[in-house]
Ligand binder design. Structure first.
Ligand code: NDP
Length: 369
């Protein structure tokens, strides 16, 4: 695995990641000469550099697990200082019923809270809960001062009016950033709580020094949870943004325009090399569990390690981006270990942010001590 920092120490003396993002292979500009080589030394240098730049280079891996650990470390330090001043941030998670995937997600969220020192509590109403009962629970959590963040794990059972429940969460405690008030704050660039997955992707790109301003960004997917807030964050960071969806014509052609391509589709390995211009930063949000052997073979044929996992577990986790894209992308997020870990880290960061915003003046006093 090649990390971004390793790639930035490339023999060509400049960030190969940056070079791959902006400059076509083998051009005079790529060779760093500015003018056509004339002397023998210049010609030799040009030949070596051209060789290096025209060889297929595997994409730099954007290591989400590593960046998530950094974020958790920063959050833990803030939680420690706030707790010492009697302002320990608190998170309440509401998990209805026994959906196995939701149980796994909630377990991860509670565990992560404990690790960074955030107070957390789990509420587990039964599968038959009514909208009214959930509204009562949310009202109680809204009232309690020691609770800074409220997270309602989706999906909720059919009989529950999910929109009504999400709307009932106090926007100041809406650590998922789903409340229309927070959506409005994001689109008008006011301080608020931003959905964790796209917020984590922005953190990853910024910490990996991926250029965003002025870049062409293409987001495939327009969900309220990922696609739309992702597009808004990129726009706020001055990218030129195109949002694609299931009715988009010539999807590969539009994706090929991207300097930054975000795939949030929910279709295993759909984004192939055909969608990606060399050097593009590719962010794979997809988390698709593949159980069909044919589907597995389409994505991972010849990959011994994945083959072993598939045989032993009967399934593998696959992103929306086909592994072959790593041959052309400038940088890419792996699945697993890319966007996923950042989502939980940002939930922790959002809980601290909510605590600070709610207890604003008291936190300001703390930072002056
Ligand atoms: P949704 O199903 O809500 O949205 C999918 C989007 O993809 C829709 O906008 C849909 O278009 C679009 N789409 C579907 N098929 C195509 C197609 N053939 N061509 C172009 N666009 C298409 O999914 P989410 O946004 O919630 O999640 C997307 C993926 O990200 C999933 O795999 C999910 O598991 C994963 N995820 C991962 C997270 C993480 O932490 N890593 C967090 C959240 C999600 P249309 O609107 O027209 O239907």
């Amino acid at each position: 695995m090649i990390s971004v920092s390793q790639k930035s120490q490339d023999v060509v003396g400049r960030s190969s990641l940056a070079a791959r993002q902006r400059i076509p292979y083998g051009s005079a500009a790529t060779l760093g000469l500015g003018v056509l080589p004339t002397t023998k030394d210049q010609r030799q240098t040009a030949t070596v550099l051209k060789f290096l730049f025209t060889q297929p280079m595997p994409a730099a891996i954007l290591d989400g697990s590593k960046i998530a650990a950094e974020i958790r470390g920063e959050v833990a330090a803030e939680v420690k200082a706030m707790s010492a001043a009697g302002m320990r941030p608190g998170l309440a998670v509401v998990l209805v019923g026994h959906d196995p995937a939701s149980e796994v997600y909630v377990r991860g969220k509670v565990k992560s809270s404990e690790e960074v020192g955030i107070y957390s509590e789990k509420h587990t109403p039964s599968e038959s809960v009514t909208t009214e009962e959930l509204l009562d629970l949310i009202a109680d959590l809204n009232r309690r001062d020691e609770i800074d963040g409220i997270l309602v794990q989706l999906p909720l059972p059919k009989q529950v009016d999910s929109k009504k429940v999400l709307l009932a969460v106090d926007p100041a405690k809406d650590v998922d950033g789903f409340h229309p008030m927070n959506v409005g704050f994001l689109s008008t660039q006011r301080p608020g709580l931003v959905p964790c997955t796209p917020a984590g992707i922005m953190e990853m790109m910024q910490r990996s020094k991926i250029k965003i301003a002025g870049q062409e960004a293409v987001v495939v997917g327009r969900s309220d949870i990922v696609g739309k807030p992702m597009a808004m964050l990129l726009l706020n960071a001055n990218a030129t943004v195109t949002v694609c969806h299931s009715k988009t014509r010539d999807l590969p052609g539009i994706c090929r325009r991207a300097d930054i391509l975000v795939a949030a589709i929910g279709r295993a390995g759909m984004v192939t090399k055909e969608f990606v211009r060399p050097g593009t930063t590719v962010i794979d949000v997809g988390m698709n569990r593949v159980t069909d052997p044919k589907e597995f073979a389409r994505v991972f044929a010849g990959n011994a390690k994945r083959d072993e996992t598939f045989r032993s577990k009967g399934s593998v986790l696959v992103g929306d981006v086909h592994p072959e894209v790593a041959e052309v992308a400038g940088a890419i997020t792996p699945v697993p270990g890319g966007v996923g870990p950042l989502t939980i880290a940002m939930l922790m960061a959002n809980t601290v942010k909510a605590a600070k915003m709610r207890r604003g003046s008291r936190v300001a006093e703390l930072s002056r001590v």
